[in-house]
Design a protein around this ligand. Structure first.
Ligand code: IMP
Length: 459
């Protein structure tokens, strides 16, 4: 019997919704944070005490010194993880490394995975992050992957490495039309570097699944931090323009190793508009001045690759599909401040598909998204206000809740709630940790079975 609260935090769009910031907030009242999927393709940005932290592998709860666990569903790049550890330690954020844990079942990314991905770029149109994510998950599914438990055992690792290197060189060679040898580092170099990395990381090995279950059994709160977003899900996203893992809420169970009954709340995170990195259909994409403005004001450049993000209007057809897939208890709407100064705001509420049919739910086959023509509703925009004025809005919200927002910003939020049917838990109005407007008259959502942490009071 589980008495605790399990909260999954899930991206409702194409990733980069601002999950890191919300996980950072919610983690103040959590006992542990478990990242359940993906790898260093993710980039979670947290701005706290005037410092910016960009996390790729370590869960966002680390900034608050909470037990931060990397689940079995993740693919771990040891080189990047050590780099991240060193950066956090030298910034004084990670004082006690024993707060970190890596599930022994997680898979390990080797340089061969990245070389293979790069070799495939010649023919692949997906626009992946180049972090070896796809090839590592392929190995996991093919049952030939390297698990963290094997990686940190030198005899097993040294036994498996030559066979892995040989197979990957052969496949890379096939892609490049030559031997793959030049495309990968020499085996002896990989051996010495990775044995060193394994010894640096070995103390983190643990059974994340058991630990999360035990905490929940004791009545504690565990956050399950998603990476990427619903429409990058390998099964339910815009396939093939997706990642290789399962960012949806169900992925929290398979990636962290907990029962669906352990997830008591699912918090969806959506930007007040839409962005996407890499290729793939994007019905509400903007190619005009408003799009440029959103990129500039919202600093819409990928945290991991620095690529300019594609931007577009908020798409309720997608949010509704995401709600169906994830069962959101509530929605955190981020970056509404970026919309300030745009005269007319648009929200997509339906699509006309190539055969003339009209739908209000994003269709199941991504090919149907490609020439979908969005139907919009228009709402009046709200004026540009300074950073200082946004700070006043946040202060005022302590007593007035969402009513402290500029009138038309509030109207926009109310429209999102009305169109999606999802209670809005918070509205983010700037990059800082504090720049969040919480509602006033707390009314816990009927369908949230447990009380939510103090900050996440729903309207
Ligand atoms: P991969 O995950 O590197 O294989 O990339 C697959 C697709 O997912 C590409 O379009 C990437 O740009 C996208 N992607 C992967 N991770 C993220 C993320 O954290 N945010 C946004 N897009 C991502």
């Amino acid at each position: 019997m589980m008495n605790g609260t399990g909260i999954a935090v899930v991206g409702a769009q194409f990733g980069d919704e601002g999950k890191g910031k919300i996980v950072d907030c919610l983690s103040s009242s959590a006992d542990a944070i478990v990242r359940y999927g993906g790898g260093a393709n993710a980039g979670h940005t947290i701005v706290a005490q005037e410092r910016t932290f960009k996390l790729h592998l370590i869960p966002s709860g680390v900034v608050r010194g909470k037990r931060s666990l990397m689940g079995a569903g993740m693919v771990i790049d040891p080189r990047l993880l050590v780099q991240e550890l060193d950066e956090l330690s030298s910034a004084g954020v990670l004082v006690d490394e024993s707060i970190l844990g890596i599930d022994v079942r997680a898979h390990v990314i080797l340089p061969y995975h990245q070389s293979l991905e790069r070799a495939r770029w010649r023919t692949s149109l997906i626009g992946t992050t180049g972090r070896g994510i796809g090839p590592a998950y392929e190995d996991a599914a093919a049952r030939s992957g390297l698990r963290f438990s094997e990686f940190i055992d030198p005899s097993q690792f040294l036994h498996r490495l030559p066979e892995i290197a040989e197979e990957k060189e052969r496949v890379i060679g096939m892609h490049l039309g030559e031997t793959g040898e030049e495309a990968v580092p020499p085996l002896t170099d990989v051996q010495s570097e990775y044995v060193g990395l394994a010894s640096r990381l070995s103390s983190f090995a643990c059974d994340v699944s058991h630990e999360a279950n035990a905490l929940l059994k004791e009545g504690k709160t565990v956050l399950f931090e998603g990476a990427q977003g619903t429409f990058l899900d390998n099964s339910f996203g815009t396939y093939p323009f997706v990642t290789s893992s399962h960012p949806i809420a169900g992925g929290a169970c398979t990636g962290a190793g907990v029962s669906p009954r352990a997830i008591t709340q699912v918090h969806g995170i959506a930007k007040a508009y839409t962005t996407r990195v890499g290729s793939g259909p994007f019905p509400t994409e903007l190619f005009d001045d408003i799009g440029d403005q959103l990129v500039d004001v919202g600093h819409e450049y990928g945290t991991t690759t620095g690529r300019k993000r594609r931007v577009g209007w908020l798409d309720v057809c997608q949010i509704k599909r995401a709600h169906e897939l994830n069962g959101f208890s509530c929605l955190h709407l981020t970056k509404i401040d970026v919309l300030a100064g745009i005269e007319r705001l648009r929200i997509a509420i339906g699509y006309t598909l190539y055969d003339g049919s009209q739908v209000s739910l994003a269709p199941p086959d991504a090919r149907q998204w490609e020439d979908a023509i969005p139907e919009y509703i228009d709402l009046p925009g709200f004026p540009q206000i300074s950073e200082g004025e946004w700070r006043e809005v946040v202060q005022e919200s302590a007593t007035r809740g969402f009513a402290a927002l500029p009138t038309n910003a509030l109207r926009y939020v109310q429209k999102v709630r009305e169109l999606t049917g999802i209670p809005i838990a918070s509205i983010s109005v700037g990059p800082q940790r504090e720049s969040i407007v919480w509602p006033k008259n707390a009314e816990v959502a009927q369908h949230a079975r447990h009380p939510v942490p103090a900050q996440a009071i729903l309207i």
